[in-house]
Design a protein around this ligand. Structure first.
Ligand SMILES: Cc1cc2nc3c(=O)[nH]c(=O)nc-3n(C[C@H](O)[C@H](O)[C@H](O)COP(=O)(O)OP(=O)(O)OC[C@H]3O[C@@H](n4cnc5c(N)ncnc54)[C@H](O)[C@@H]3O)c2cc1C
Length: 381
């Protein structure tokens, strides 16, 4: 395995970093207070090419390999403090664009991909239901065959981007007795009269990423709205989770790098007992642990990218990556707050954002327990 990056990848990372510093700043706290989505940033990202990074050039994308995408997402995580915005961007890219690219018909790709890359359409995906979270494939939303297509009935919860999405990849079952084998994906457009979208839910973190509930009431879709084949929904979901568990969590790794740089600076400057607090071993060891977590997260994420760039699947490695990075982010966020003492507890230092985001990271894309279950399954348990 060779994880060295090419001069082109370095140059792209540098341009993403400059772009993010220049264009993705602004008053994040204000947007968080108002639960406001960063539309200006969204369109600037599309102009730069972010939404099109993993997409083929024929649809207007940049046609980049997984490693380059991962480096770019890590850089965005470091330089853009609006983590809710980045979360929405990730949902759009890995759980809607990518499944359409990998499983969509020519017609679906033609219709959806270019506008999604250009930022004209926002996407999301809807699997979770009130009674089907970790046990996702036990979903109850039904897809019943009609003469012209399917009719969907059911409810979805915690759906990222739902209040702003133009199209949603919705999973339903064509036959509940089949379990995972009956799960099927459908692309549903926002103006479908059978689709009800709630107002944004009030969350404790990721406040600039609109999350909503969906109601599907006799929601009629043509047969051409089905993504892939009947019963292929679980394969689609597993494939998109590999992307999300690596590229979304690369943003968290970037945030951990920012945390580390800020903490090193702080402990060098802050003096107690007549010396900088960084000279106390108990403090410097916390900083060393933060550095170690980044190294480990980077190694496993790059392994996933290395496999995916070679067209290989990475279900085990992406589960390990998600588990390692999300738990590390939580530990580093607690350390970053603690190292600042009372100042860390003041909103001005914004340590709460990383901490609350880290809490979410242990839940979405499958909880830590579910990642451990996946890993154990690979060991025959
Ligand atoms: C910010 C955010 C954004 C989200 N975005 C989306 C989205 O865009 N689309 C979407 O479909 N969903 C989304 N989700 C939903 C998310 O995927 C689920 O919340 C998650 O899978 C957990 O399901 P649940 O909330 O029903 O918890 P539950 O499954 O009820 O789990 C509750 C607790 O029980 C534990 N548990 C459950 N089963 C087991 C087991 N077998 N072994 C050990 N422990 C277990 C869990 O680990 C957890 O600690 C989002 C969630 C959040 C927080």
């Amino acid at each position: 395995m060779d994880f060295s990056i090419t001069p082109e990848q370095k140059e792209f990372r540098r341009s993403v970093s400059e772009f993010a510093k220049r264009e993705l700043g602004g008053n994040v706290r204000e947007r968080e207070k108002n639960g406001e989505f960063f539309w200006e940033g969204w369109h600037k990202c599309a102009d730069f090419g972010i939404q099109g990074m993993p997409m083929p050039k024929e649809f207007g994308g940049l046609g980049m390999d997984t490693t380059t995408c991962l480096l770019a997402m890590q850089t965005l995580g470091k330089e853009c403090r609006d983590s809710g915005f980045l979360f929405s961007l990730n949902s759009h890219m890995w759980t809607c664009e990518i499944p359409i690219l990998e499983f969509g018909s020519d017609e679906q790709k033609e219709k959806c991909l270019s506008p999604m890359i250009e930022g004209k359409l926002v996407g999301g995906h809807a699997m979770t239901e009130p009674d089907a979270g970790s046990d996702a494939f036990s979903l109850r939303t039904t897809a019943t065959k009609t003469d012209n297509g399917y009719v969907l009935n059911g409810a979805k919860v915690f759906i990222s981007n739902a209040p702003i999405a133009d199209l949603l990849l919705i999973f339903a079952t064509t036959k509940r007795e089949l379990g995972w084998a009956g799960v099927t994906g459908f692309i549903v457009e926002k103006d479908n009269p059978g689709l009800q979208v709630s107002k944004p839910l009030d969350k404790i973190g990721l406040k600039t990423s609109p999350t909503g509930e969906l109601g599907l009431v006799d929601c009629e879709v043509p047969a051409s709205a089905m993504l892939g084949r009947v019963g292929q929904g679980s394969a689609i979901f597993n494939a998109e989770m590999e992307w999300e568990r690596s590229c979304l969590f690369a943003c968290h790794l970037g945030a951990m790098q920012r945390q580390l740089e800020e903490c090193v600076e702080y402990v060098k400057d802050r003096k107690q007992f007549g010396q900088s607090i960084g000279s106390f071993q108990a403090v410097s060891h916390k900083i060393a642990d933060m550095r170690v977590r980044i190294e480990l997260g980077e190694l496993i994420l790059h392994k996933v990218a290395w496999l995916k760039s070679r067209g290989k699947r990475a279900p085990l490695e992406s589960a390990i990556a998600k588990l390692v990075v999300s738990e590390s982010y939580m530990e580093s966020s607690i350390d970053a707050l603690h190292l600042r003492g009372g100042y860390g507890f003041m909103s001005e230092y914004e340590a709460d954002r990383d901490l609350l985001d880290a809490c979410g990271g242990k839940i979405y894309s499958g909880t830590s327990e579910i990642q451990r279950n996946i890993i154990a399954r690979f060991l025959g348990l």
